[in-house]
Design a protein around this ligand. Structure first.
Ligand code: GDG
Length: 732
């Protein structure tokens, strides 16, 4: 771990802080919560100037003004900042949208998910309160790390106020498939909120995949190997499987307290096989499934009775919520039933504790248990599985793990079960009681090495350095962005020049894209027209709109303006009032391409075919993203086969596939106008691949400006159409 000389500010933001406040007999008390996250984060203290923002775990109504002052003061001493919440905010934000909508849905319990506008408003409101505290406490070079499903709007909110900040977001629960995610009202807002981050992390690649597919299908955003551009900012999405505090568990057997606890267990469970179950009492954890499996085991295999014990530790969780109360009732009734049916005077099959045990007791149970039986129906990761393995230093132990946990991806050596297949849990448990001690220890050793290498400290360091890495790539990508100096230079040279040529693409450059390329909404605004007129006022400035659109459309929009026009990528040029055309000979390629495009259009709802003089275009802006992906790739393949060896080529543009002659491109417009006017200042602005031909044809001292942050041959880049208009207005 590297130690920085001048520690950088790191703001951790999560729903809960590592310190909770409780009030006993009117007095404030502070209680440490020892979760994996607080362990990980406390390790970062040496490297960073650390501040943690979160809810202190108690409602405003239970606090006096003096209490709040005391909490704020005590927290400040530990670099913690409280976000105080009222009962109704907690109810709507935490119990409501977080735990009644997101938690069940993201864990595939669709039937338990409920929604209300009231809860959504509460979720937004509390995310705003968190944002306020972050903004108040962040410096320009702070790194902000936002955690989990309660704060998914927060990255976007911070980004609005601090556009250049470094933000990471990590989700501790699964990200569901889009088919589930799309059920969430306000899902798009949630996606946009998360996308405010520079780096977005999940436990495993499956969740990454689901997230990427959701932003593609929900927002139409494409990615390349997990990188995408959102609002002209590079965003990276990747898997960072959370680790555990490995040494703490691996060394637990040396602690005196743990040793004492082990003696108690050894005495009580002498010669017994212990099966261990440890979780928060949550319906996602599949506790009832494992009880059912244990009951079947006792029934089907009487030889194990009196030889095996199941120890169930259920940590109280969300106790105010009805479904959790119900679950507790069911778990306890099931356990009583099994104990009643199979227990004897000197043997109780299931030992049950509904409490949060001290670490020494949990560790001793991990060490002594012969089998860990962890059968969540869904679990983001499941740290207990990793902690159990880490605790087994030179001791045998079998891990039965649900394949629905993130951890199962990382622990292929575990005995995996489908938690919905009760018989497979029974069989796995019976098998786990058999194998040889030696092979179990060897298997565990293999996993331990991996858990040690990527422990919770390595995880946190990895995530934070990946935020830094993302910021670095962002700044490399933006090195072509026009700054004040380059802009001043362009204006200076523009003014100095005797003859100027300005070539402007239309869609995506002068006008933002709309969903329908034929709609009236695409026509130039008054502001665009005025800017162009002003530019042309100087007789020595030639402006040409160079578009892929047909000449009729450009005539309709620009005929009354003193600009030259190039339609169909230069197939047609209107200079000094007359249209002239290039010669091209389609032969029978025209009908072959058109037939193919028509065929695809019929099979692909939302797509259309446009016939132009110099090209044929298949538009698919309104086709659903996944289908568009498949159909466009297929069509490109088919067209390439048809056109092989011809003088025509296929281009894949922004939601269009276009076939045109190789010699018809925007570069020829630059060449023609340069030859005619011999300007000493040339400027070309465009946003897509067809404009690259213009940039490449510019003279060495010409200025090419790309709209957007994609790779380009242009000398400069701007991020939006608005910036183009502002720049042209400055020149005019
Ligand atoms: C969420 C995600 C993801 C349990 N009982 C006691 C106790 N524990 C400790 C365990 C473990 C932690 O609590 C539970 O972590 P899990 O990962 O198993 O589950 P969640 O609480 O649901 O956590 C989960 C995790 O976030 C991290 O990203 O893995 O998928 O749902 O560390 O040891 N600790 C003590 N007494 C207990 O009785 N002291």
């Amino acid at each position: 771990m590297s130690v920085r000389k001048d520690p950088k500010k790191l703001l951790i933001v999560s729903n809960r802080l590592p310190l909770s406040v409780i009030k006993k007999n009117g007095r404030i008390e502070f209680k440490k919560s020892a979760g994996g996250l607080s362990t990980a984060v406390s390790s970062l203290k040496d490297t960073y100037n650390l501040t943690w923002i979160g809810w202190p775990g108690i409602a405003n109504e239970d606090l006096t003004a003096a209490d709040k002052r005391k909490i704020t003061k005590e927290f400040k001493a530990q670099n913690l900042i409280p976000v105080f919440l009222t009962k109704s905010q907690i109810e709507r934000f935490y119990d409501g949208y977080s735990n009644d909508s997101i938690w069940p849905l993201f864990h595939y319990f669709q039937y338990l998910a409920s929604y209300s506008d009231k809860n959504w408003n509460g979720y937004q409101q509390v995310n705003k309160l968190f944002a306020k505290q972050v903004i108040k406490n962040a410096d320009e070079d702070s790194t902000i790390w936002v955690h989990d499903y309660q704060l998914m709007l927060l990255p976007g909110m911070i980004r609005t106020s601090l556009p250049d900040s470094s933000i990471g977001f990590f989700l501790h629960i699964p990200f569901p498939s889009y088919e589930l995610f799309r059920l969430l009202p306000k899902g798009q807002e949630i996606l946009k909120g998360i996308l405010g981050a520079d780096l977005i992390g999940f436990h495993i690649y499956d969740y990454v995949r689901h997230f990427l597919s959701s932003i593609y299908r929900g927002l139409g955003l494409r990615h390349t190997f997990g990188s995408l551009v959102y609002k002209d900012r590079l965003v990276n999405v990747d898997a960072f499987p959370i680790g555990i505090d490995y040494d703490k568990f691996a060394n637990a057997h040396k602690s005196e307290r743990v040793k004492k606890q082990l003696e108690v267990l050894e005495g009580h469970y002498k010669d017994k096989t212990i099966i261990l179950s440890v979780d928060r009492l949550d319906y996602t954890k599949g506790i009832l499934n494992r009880l059912e499996a244990f009951e079947i085991l006792l029934k089907k295999y009487p030889q194990y009775r009196r030889k095996v014990n199941l120890i169930v530790i259920a940590v109280p969780s969300r106790i105010g919520v009805e479904i959790y109360r119900q679950l507790r009732g069911e778990v306890e009734t099931t356990i009583s039933r099994i104990n009643g049916a199979y227990g004897t005077v000197d043997w109780t099959p299931i030992s049950y504790q509904y409490k949060n045990l001290p670490f020494s007791e949990v560790a001793a149970l991990f060490i002594r248990s012969d089998i860990a039986l962890l059968t969540p129906l869904r679990d983001g990761m499941n740290l207990v599985a990793k902690e159990y393995v880490a605790s087994k230093q030179n001791r045998p132990g079998a891990l039965i793990l649900s394949e629905m946990t993130g951890a199962s991806d990382e622990l292929p050596e575990a005995i995996t079960v489908n938690p919905n297949d009760i018989n497979s849990i029974v069989d796995a448990t019976v098998n786990a009681m058999k194998p040889s001690t030696k092979s179990q220890v060897a298997e565990l050793k293999k996993i331990q090495q991996r858990l040690k290498n990527y422990d919770v400290y390595a995880w946190a360091e990895d995530f934070i350095s990946s935020i830094d890495e993302t910021k670095k790539v962002q700044s490399q990508k933006s090195h072509k962005l026009i700054g004040e100096e380059s802009l001043a230079k362009i204006i200076r040279n523009f003014k100095k020049a005797d003859k100027r040529l300005i070539l402007l693409d239309y869609d995506g450059t002068l006008r933002n894209f709309t969903s329908d390329h034929t709609s009236r909404k695409n026509s130039p605004t008054q502001k665009i027209k005025k800017t162009l007129i002003n530019l042309c006022k100087n007789k020595n400035t030639k402006v040409c709109v160079v578009s892929g659109r047909p000449k009729e459309m450009l005539d309709k929009w620009f005929a009354d303006l003193p600009v030259s026009l190039a339609a169909e990528h230069g197939g047609w040029i209107k200079n000094d009032g007359e249209w002239s055309r290039q010669d091209i000979f389609w032969r029978d390629y025209h009908s072959q391409v058109l037939d193919l495009m028509n065929k695809y259009s019929e099979r692909t709802p939302g797509s259309t075919v446009e016939v132009k003089d110099f090209s044929l275009v298949w538009h698919y802006r309104n086709v659903s993203s996944e289908l568009a992906n498949v159909r466009s790739a297929n069509l490109i393949n088919k067209l390439s086969e048809v056109l092989e060896g011809s003088e025509f080529e296929v281009h894949s543009g922004s939601k269009v596939i276009e076939v045109k002659a190789k010699d018809t491109h925007k570069g020829t417009v630059v060449d023609d106008l340069m030859a005619q006017y011999k300007p000493d200042f040339t400027l070309a602005i465009g946003d897509d691949y067809t404009d690259e031909d213009m940039f490449r044809s510019l003279p060495d001292d010409g200025y090419g400006i790309k709209v957007g942050l994609r790779e380009t041959d242009a000398r400069y880049q701007v991020t939006s159409v608005d910036e183009v208009i502002k720049l042209l207005a400055k020149l005019a």
